[in-house]
Structure formats: C-alpha cells, structure tokens
Design a protein around this ligand. Structure first.
Ligand code: PMV
Length: 309
C-alpha cells in the first residue's frame, strides 16, 4: 500500500475571474488530504473514508472515480484498487479538497503502478478530472496542490512566487455548495450583463497582477488591501453571502491586514492574513461569530509520498 498526501489552498486573488482567462494567485496551506492505494488482482475499485464518513463525502468519490478512469485510459491497464481517503480539510468549502483528493489519488496510483508521473503531469491530469466533473475549472487548484507554495496561474502558464510571512486564519462556514452551480450562476450573470461583468472580471485580473508585484516587494499591507478590494468584487458577482461578509468584517475589525472569501463562495470559507498576536484575536473573533477556525501558514510541500508498506 502507498499513501500520498497533498495540501489544500486558499485563493489570495482571482477566483472566478480565472475561469475566464484572468490570472489568479493561490497559496497552499498546511492542511492535507491523504490517499492510500493498494492494487487488487480483480478489476474492482473500492473507495472508503478512513476514520469517519464525513472525511470523504460522496462528491469526493466522484473525483476519485474520474481519476481512476484517467489513469486507466493512460496506462491501458484495467487494474483494480482499494482506495482510502483521510482528510484534514473540510470538504466543499473552497479549500481545494477535491483537487487535493484528486492529485493525491493519482500520485498514489502512479506510484503503485510504477509509472512515476511527475507532479506537473499529475497537476494536468487532475485538471482534466476537475473539468470532466465540474464542466468548467481552472488549473489553479490542482497545480497548487501538486506543487505547493504560492502560485500564479496566468493564461495556463504557472509559476511560483515569494511567500508572504504571515499567519493565515481560515474561517469555515460549514455550508457546503457545488462549485459547478456557483460557476454557472456567474456565467449567467455574464451572459445577462456582459458589459458590466466583463469589466469586473478584468479588474479582478488587474488586482491579481498588482498582488503579484506586492508579494515580490514583500508589501504585505498592500497584499491585504488588495484582498479586501477583491472580496468586494466577488460580492458584486453574487458569490459571497451574509455569513462570509460578516466573518470578513469581524476579521478586519480585529486588525487583519486583509480578509476575503476563498474559492467558489456562497458558503465555504473565508480567510484573513495577520501578523503576530493579532492572528489569535482574529481567530477568536471569527470563532465567536460562528465559524470553525484554524490558523495555518503557507505549505511549501505539494505532493508527498507519506508511507509505503
Ligand atoms: O471552491 P473551490 O475550491 O472549488 O474553487 C473554485 C474556484 C473557481 O475559480 C470558481 C473555479 C476554479 O476552478 O478555479
């Protein structure tokens, strides 16, 4: 049996706009998904969640089944496998749990089958899986989960950026939603109001480009200010909600340098960046407002082999 893991992520800038070709910056966080794979002689595929059932919801099963199909098509091998998933990420909350499940499963299958896929190839295959399940996706989640660190995706080119030296405080609303549904709602809004929505998406792209510069200059206050502006524009696309907005304002009131929702929105998570002791104050304030909270940092490690037995 081989166990591989991959981190979750937050979007510093650019979610939704990235689906329309604008750049986005995502940051891997120190919370991981673990996929354990044992090959079987029969062609049977069994998938289970380790520990508790909530660790691997049925949506994750869909991504795993598609990952298996992609590997079978590539290797022309109708293998069977037992796949077990354990997750430190709340599912369907904008923290990239589906991408982390997908790439860690592909990596574990690749290692078991001895095909030695590189992380970049795994990220690309993971992107195909996300497109097949969601209809529309960007390569961001699978790339950042496969390679770790802070990543800019621009016109399908991806590169790593400097790390912000900050605490990342994540607040989960506990509300699960379908990424595909929210993406479709933005597509409808764009179809109905193209002259307005296209400008908003382009402005989010400009925020990401400026954010890239602020990161390279180590200007964390600038990064925070741009996160706040980006949140406002996501709200105007109709993808935030009152719970996320409340948590974002609580975090800012407690001294966060910036706070925004992350991922598809309409539930899921928000996060804030803060330095020193204000990280604890921000965490306490958003926990009191009803969020499940954890404080984390940037994860340098992307895909990792954890155990071979
Ligand atoms: O909520 P998540 O982690 O699935 O993120 C979705 C982000 C989108 O930009 C809306 C879609 C994508 O694939 O980038």
């Amino acid at each position: 049996m081989i166990t591989c893991s991959a981190p979750g992520k937050v979007y510093l800038f650019g979610e939704h706009a990235v689906v329309y070709g604008q750049p986005a910056i995502a940051c891997a966080v120190e919370r991981r998904v673990f996929a354990s794979v044992k090959l079987l002689n029969s062609g049977r595929i069994s998938i289970r969640a380790m520990d508790q059932r909530r660790d691997c919801p049925s949506t994750d099963f869909t991504y795993i089944c598609q990952a298996v199909r992609v590997i079978k098509a590539r290797t022309a091998n109708d293998f069977g496998a037992e796949i077990a998933i354990k997750s430190e990420l709340p599912p369907s909350q904008g923290l990239g749990s589906s991408a982390a499940v997908t790439v860690s499963t592909i990596k574990a299958l690749s290692e078991c089958l001895g095909i030695g896929l590189r992380d970049q190839e795994i990220a690309e295959m993971g992107y195909q899986v996300e497109c097949a399940i969601q209809g529309r996706a960007s390569p961001t989640d699978t790339f950042v989960s496969a390679t770790g660190g802070v990543v800019i995706i621009d016109d399908t080119k991806t590169s790593h950026l400097m790390h912000p030296d900050v605490s990342i405080i994540v607040g989960a609303t506990g509300v699960m939603r379908s990424t595909g549904d929210v993406i479709n709602d933005v597509a409808r809004l764009k179809r109905d109001y193209p002259e307005i929505i296209e400008k908003i998406l382009c402005t989010i792209g400009d925020i990401t480009r400026l954010g890239e510069r602020k990161l390279s200059e180590g200007d964390i206050n600038g990064v925070g200010a741009l996160m706040n502006i980006n949140h406002g524009l996501l709200e105007s696309l109709g993808v935030s909600n009152i719970t996320l907005d409340k948590l974002v304002y609580k975090a800012r009131d407690e001294g966060a340098l910036g706070a925004k929702m992350t991922g598809a929105g309409r539930g899921g998570c928000m996060f804030a960046i803060a330095r020193g002791s204000s990280a604890d104050l921000v965490a306490e304030a958003i926990a009191q407002a009803g969020a499940q909270v954890f404080i984390t940092t940037v994860s340098d490690a992307g895909l990792r082999i954890e155990r071979e037995t």
